[in-house]
Write a protein that binds this ligand. Structure first.
Ligand SMILES: *Cc1c(COP(=O)(O)O)cnc(C)c1O
Length: 335
């Protein structure tokens, strides 16, 4: 069932004191660069280092009778489910593909969950998760295509609108679309005129291609600086695809070079250490891909990055992504 504003308000009660109330702070540099007040919602400050705790905690809290929970994840959703299951005293088995960075695997094991590595894509990891549902009776919690998860992510939109009802645009990092669906639902229920734009990388943009095609399509999964935005949306997608299709005003794509530079901007100008996925909205603004007409906010979605790669980026070195090289460039403030 498609979640409603009431479900998002209910989720806000469940998350109270656990995964709520992150700061919404101004970015003076981005305000200057975009010509409009620009704000950052700091979900990188969540206990697991990412907003996914909201959706995962709300979903786990709704299946307390099950013998355990399972999911497939590029990392942050897995951490969220692991954290929530530990809080609630439940078993958690996290399935993920070989493409997931080791730091993320270690992070999940440290939260007390079992980890299963299965295949080279999100879809193969999902198949393993569904096998556990079939054979061991665990409940599968989708990272994005689940009403309780979408309602949990939607609480970010509630908090942003409560603080700044005058927001004109929200730029949302987009992958499976649970975040964008929840935030757009909350924001538009409160102010139907607000613009909500999904932003993602131009390599393997599953939701973008699916909206264009009018149905979920498969894309080839490739390595990206925004690794948390990788993966398909599921060919059987029931909720996040139609919600993103109907609620997003636009979907904008950014390149690896644009993400690289925007990661330097967030670090040097705002002094924030965050994943590539967080800066796609900033990258879109810095490269003239969205025009701003009033107060704008984006969501700094997580901080669970490979610090070795991050150090290479902030020191202007080349980065290898699978077979592709993103050319390094020392940070210089645009004139
Ligand atoms: C999952 C994730 C996203 C995208 O969220 P979706 O609901 O899959 O669209 C963005 N940033 C980070 C850090 C994430 O973990």
């Amino acid at each position: 069932m498609t979640p409603t504003l009431a479900d998002i308000h209910a989720a806000a009660q469940v998350l109270r004191g656990v995964a709520d109330g992150t700061p919404l702070v101004p970015s003076p540099f981005m305000t200057e660069a975009g010509g409009q007040e620009f704000l950052l919602k700091l979900e990188n400050m969540q206990p697991i280092g990412a907003f996914k705790l909201r959706g995962a905690f709300n979903a786990v809290a709704s299946v307390m009778d099950a013998p355990g929970v399972t999911c497939c994840s590029t990392g942050n959703h897995g951490r969220g489910v692991a954290f929530a299951a530990r809080e609630k005293g439940m078993r958690a088995v996290i399935c993920m593909s070989e493409l997931v960075p080791q730091t993320k695997v270690d992070g999940i094991r440290a939260l007390g969950a079992e980890v299963r590595i299965a295949g080279r894509s999100q879809d193969e990891a999902l198949a393993e998760s569904l096998r556990l549902v079939e054979e061991e009776g665990l409940v599968e919690i989708s990272p994005f295509d689940d009403a309780a998860v979408i309602a949990g992510q939607g609480t970010i939109g509630l908090e942003m609108m409560a603080k700044r009802p005058d927001l004109e645009t929200i730029l949302v990092p987009l992958s499976g679309g649970g975040l964008a669906a929840g935030v757009a639902l909350a924001a538009k229920a409160i102010n139907p005129h607000i613009r909500v734009v999904g932003i993602t990388m131009d390599r393997g943009a599953a939701m973008y291609e699916s909206i264009k095609a009018g149905r979920p399509v498969e894309v080839e999964e490739v390595a990206s600086l925004a690794d948390s935005l990788g993966g398909g949306i599921g060919m059987e997608n029931k909720l996040s695809f139609p919600m993103c299709r109907d609620l997003l005003d636009d979907v904008v794509l950014v390149s690896e070079e644009e993400i690289y530079h925007a990661m330097q901007v967030l670090y040097y100008e705002d002094r924030i250490v965050a994943e590539g996925a967080c800066v796609v909205g900033m990258a879109a603004v810095l490269n003239g891909k969205v025009t701003l007409n009033g107060p704008t906010a984006t969501i700094v979605t997580g901080r669970n990055l490979d610090m070795e790669m991050f150090t290479r980026i902030v020191t202007g070195q080349d980065v290898q992504l699978g077979g592709v090289t993103v050319a390094g460039r020392p940070y210089r403030r645009a004139a």
